[in-house]
Design a protein around this ligand. Structure first.
Ligand code: ATP
Ligand code: MG
Length: 424
């Protein structure tokens, strides 16, 4: 149903499984003892073979007056009715089992979603303006699917998105935040934000960022402050959506401080703008503190003349541990986005060396750990894969909190504990 059939048609394994049925939630819940049913829309989560399967009763949705959510949910009686309320043709696909035991079934595709997927086209189901007027989140979902699946937006669908873009203003902060985080988690996140700009959505969901268009700055790589911000988010060398958000927003203070020609104080102006925007988007206090701190301190004016005391003051100001790691990653991204990735950042390298020299045992990157990926695989009999990277990140976290654990035996012991916990 929906996204999982789309993933299967594309030859990928779905991230989640959605099942639709004519049975009411209470019937489904009674059939599967290991299921939970919490939300008012009646999706029952069934746990089977280690997977969480979302089972939803056919719906036919009621009126949508506020572009935020349906005023009411009505149970539908047919699959056709259920597919008609989906947003895009590529999501209005269902696989109907004819004979479960023999794994036989057929694809139900009333809107040509399979053909659109193969042709690389994102198209709203039915009348695009109606679909977007029903739920403005679909405007952002459209930008997300076009980016993640590399689809061209069908011209009438794109025209409707542009026309209705201002209605995204009414969306709750949480829903917009989640879409922004999903764009940030993609490879080359700038693609999603550049598309939001083209569709007129960036000025609605991240107006401070959109305001950087046309703010001139003298970077080697050229372009305006928005071009620079988009290059910076791509250059953040960590798959960490919140850190990437700091890269994306680090210069938003440049629009209000552009008048002096030097952007004096753009870090603190920017931190205030980011604080307000992240609050409106219902980010957690911890995420807001992390990003505003980075924006406020992103300009590192390091020179070789810094005394050891100056380096110590810097460590104290930024905070040892994760903030120091973050600020150096952000600095390197900013430099790469200003001068080009091949230039490197000798000042950041030197500062990192001096920090390490002042804090013996201090680790600032996975490379500084007393074990590496190869040692983990050998000692713990693990196969290569993303799990190794996650384990190393976990170990770095532990070593940041307490540099004394950065010792081969202690790290291996800790890795064993983490692995055992994963197995549970
Ligand atoms: P993902 O890969 O992020 O899981 P998805 O398409 O599966 O994407 P879900 O949020 O899991 O998205 O929703 C499952 C299905 O429900 C979608 O494929 C779509 O058919 C439908 N759907 C979800 N949200 C909306 C919406 N706002 N408007 C219309 N249909 C929606
Ligand atoms: Mg899904």
């Amino acid at each position: 149903m929906g996204g999982c059939v789309r993933d299967l048609v594309r030859g990928e394994s779905p991230g989640d499984w959605d099942v639709a049925t004519s049975d009411r939630p209470e019937v489904v819940a009674a059939l599967f003892p290991d299921s939970t049913w919490e939300n008012p829309f009646g999706t029952v989560t069934v746990r089977a073979s280690g997977m969480a399967i979302e089972v939803t009763t056919y719906r036919s949705e009621g009126g949508y007056r506020d572009s935020r959510h349906p005023d009411e949910v009505r149970w539908g009686s047919s699959l056709a009715e259920d597919l008609a309320r989906r947003d895009f043709t590529i999501n209005a696909l269902a696989w109907v089992a004819d004979d479960l035991a023999a794994e036989r079934g057929h694809l139900v595709d009333p809107y040509g979603g399979e053909a659109d997927l193969r042709a690389g086209i994102l198209r709203a189901v039915g009348d695009p303006e109606e679909r977007f007027a029903e739920d403005a989140l679909r405007l952002l979902r459209g930008a997300r699917f076009a980016t993640s699946l590399d689809l061209a937006i069908d011209p009438p669908t794109e025209a409707a998105i542009r026309r209705l873009a201002p209605t995204a203003e009414r969306l709750s902060g949480e829903r917009v935040r989640d879409e922004i985080l999903r764009l940030l988690a993609m490879p080359d996140p700038s693609r999603g934000f550049a598309l939001l700009e083209r569709l007129g959505l960036l000025a609605v969901v991240l107006p401070e960022l959109a305001a950087l268009r046309g703010v001139a700055q003298g970077k080697v790589l050229g372009g305006d402050a928005l071009d620079h911000s988009l290059r910076t988010v791509d250059a953040v060398a960590a798959p960490d959506a919140v850190l990437r958000l700091a890269g994306l927003l680090h210069d938003v203070g440049k629009a209000p401080t552009a008048a002096d020609g030097h952007f004096i104080g753009h870090e603190s102006e920017g931190a205030a703008l980011v604080e307000a925007r992240m609050r409106a988007l219902a980010f957690s206090r911890a995420d807001i503190d992390r990003v505003t701190h980075l924006v406020r301190h992103h300009l590192i004016q390091y020179t070789p003349e810094w005394t050891d005391a100056a380096v110590r003051r810097f460590i104290k100001r930024i905070g040892p541990g994760q903030p120091l790691v973050d600020v150096l990653i952000l600095r390197r991204a900013d430099t790469a986005a200003s001068a080009g990735p091949e230039v490197g950042d000798a000042a950041a390298d030197e500062l990192e060396r001096r920090i390490a020299a002042l804090r013996p045992g201090a680790v600032l990157s996975v490379g500084g750990l007393a074990v590496d990926g190869a040692a983990l695989m050998r000692e713990l009999h693990l196969d290569p894969g993303p799990r190794i990277g996650r384990l190393l990140d976990d170990l770095l976290q532990a070593a940041l909190d307490d540099p004394s654990v950065n010792d081969r035996e202690q790290l291996l012991a800790l890795a064993r504990v983490r692995l055992a916990a994963e197995q549970d």
